[in-house]
Design a protein around this ligand. Structure first.
Ligand SMILES: Cc1cc2nc3c(=O)[nH]c(=O)nc-3n(C[C@H](O)[C@H](O)[C@H](O)COP(=O)(O)O)c2cc1C
Ligand SMILES: [Mn+2]
Length: 484
């Protein structure tokens, strides 16, 4: 696994998956326009290293995870389905049938020790420590023309619950207000916001550490929708197959990933809010300005020669689609622990994760599709699922055209649509009220008599095996002729 971003970038370079941009480009709009253009090329384009951002001697890396091959490389798998298999194996250990058999489980037990991070004394991220450095020393991008300012778009924001001490790491954008303060855009449903809620109730300052350019596994894990109270570092230990190394911050009482390129140390005060936004968001539209807590910088620590790692969100597909795809594969086996009837699920890029969720199930009883919808609406960040389409297990949900075809042919809207109201994504500007609105489920499974269906469900068109074999032979002959 890659110990840091520097070694990941070197490997991308070796594999010819890195494009170096030597042209001096402005962090205000120019660099992000290139990133957007490249992300839209087939397969997501190459990773990018801007060697000469105007006004800074720190290079800017972007689109590092923005392709199937790079997200796989980052997470140490050949195919994202391997992640599902690994997690399935780890969470379903076989029952040993005796002592010798139990010994065979040792490798599994060893892997459990990777769950706990360890603290180191010397860390690359603290080669340079500056108490009075400002954010103006970093090439932070302004990504879209009407943005409220420059934004740190891929920060790993570390906090601790002031009461329980539980750690959380999440990616929440930070708008630069001036060289020592930023916005802290943790939405109300997220882990960081919960810690802040507790701090405000206690009337206490909440310390915050922000890691920029942490190693690839950790970066992904910070975006993962871990259940509240479960440390993202545990997931990083599982996927990275080694303990995450942490180092103590210099001005606050928090630990940060030792592998980071740059660390921002600071705090948010209870009761303080400031207008944040607008921001060109991953919805493909500008998010409206709103009030969010304020991050005060106390110290910047960094490598002697750091790289500034960033991402640009915008009209899909962008880099975040691949991070989301990894979560889809990581959480599938975990969701199946309580919903074993789920066969597969898919979040199309155009649905920006939660706007469109396609699920296939092994239907066992009347109303089963609706049970799955209710379960999703009650399960962590899946509560944001705006439209859930449930199909039978013989439908391949990874094939969006197949799902559209099946939905069109299997649904009577007067019978098969469920509408509910509840919490919706903070970024949903169409909702009836902020963070509150409607959600729709479409039952596109074959309906049963027990569900009131009185007809005979029509059979799917398939020819006989004999005719198919004849067709194969004829087709081979035909294509042989045309190619010679
Ligand atoms: C590039 C990127 C930017 C993100 N920006 C934000 C953000 O500004 N605010 C937010 O609440 N979530 C944002 N997210 C989503 C969170 O990182 C994600 O929901 C994560 O699971 C939160 O972790 P938590 O459950 O520990 O809060 C972003 C995700 C990505 C990939
Ligand atoms: Mn969390």
């Amino acid at each position: 696994m890659f110990k840091d971003i520097t070694s990941f970038i070197a490997e991308l370079d070796r594999r010819k998956e890195l494009a170096r941009v030597a042209e001096p480009l402005s962090p205000a709009l120019e660099i992000s326009a290139v990133i957007d253009r490249v992300s839209k090329s087939p397969g997501g384009g190459p990773a990018l290293l801007f060697e000469r951002p105007a006004g800074s001697d720190i290079p800017v890396a972007a689109n590092l995870y923005g392709s199937m091959s790079r997200i796989c490389l980052a997470l140490g798998v050949g195919d994202l389905n391997e992640l599902s298999h690994e997690i399935e194996e780890l969470t379903t250990p076989p029952m040993p049938k005796g002592f010798m058999d139990a010994l065979k489980l040792m490798p599994l037990v060893n892997r459990l020790t990777d769950l706990l991070p360890k603290t180191v004394k010397d860390a690359p991220c603290q080669e340079v420590v500056s108490i009075d450095a400002g954010l103006d020393s970093l090439p932070i991008l302004k990504t879209w023309p009407d943005d409220g300012g420059p934004y740190i778009t891929l920060p790993l924001v570390v906090t601790r619950d002031p009461e329980t001490g539980m750690r959380n790491i999440g990616v929440y954008r930070m708008q630069v207000f001036d060289r020592r303060t930023t916005g802290m855009h943790w939405q109300q449903h997220k882990g960081g916001a919960q810690h802040y809620r507790v701090a405000e109730r206690l009337g206490k300052r909440l310390e915050v550490a922000v890691a920029l350019g942490a190693d690839p596994v950790l970066t992904y894990c910070a975006t993962a929708p871990m259940p509240e109270g479960l440390d993202e570092l545990m997931l990083a230990g599982v996927i990275g197959k080694e303990r995450v190394e942490l180092v103590k911050c210099r001005t606050i009482d928090l630990d940060v990933p030792a592998s980071a390129q740059i660390v921002l140390e600071g705090y948010v005060e209870p009761g303080e809010r400031r207008r944040e936004g607008p921001f060109g968001d991953h919805t493909g539209f500008y998010s409206s300005p709103a009030d969010f807590p304020v991050f005060h910088l106390t110290c910047i620590t960094r490598r002697a020669k750091p790289v500034y790692v960033t991402t640009v969100v915008g009209i899909p597909p962008m880099e975040d689609f691949y991070l989301g795809k990894a979560s889809e594969r990581v959480f599938l086996p975990l969701i199946r622990k309580t919903l074993p009837e789920i066969v597969d699920m898919h979040f199309p890029a155009a649905g920006i994760f939660h706007n469109l969720v396609l699920v296939s199930i092994d239907k066992r009883y009347p109303g089963h599709a609706r049970k799955i919808m209710s379960a999703f609406w009650g399960l962590g960040q899946l509560m944001f699922s705006k439209c859930i389409v449930v199909v039978d297990k013989d439908v391949n949900v990874q094939d969006e055209a197949e799902v559209a075809w099946i939905t069109g042919t299997h649904v009577d809207p007067s019978r098969d649509i469920a509408i509910v109201t509840g919490p919706v994504d903070d970024l949903d500007e169409a909702a009836v009220a902020p963070a509150f609105g409607g959600k729709m489920g479409i039952d596109a499974t074959r309906k049963w008599p027990a569900e009131g269906y009185t007809g005979t469900w029509p059979g799917r068109l398939v020819t006989t095996p004999a005719a198919a074999a004849r067709a194969d032979a004829v087709w081979r002959a035909l294509s042989g002729k045309s190619s010679s």
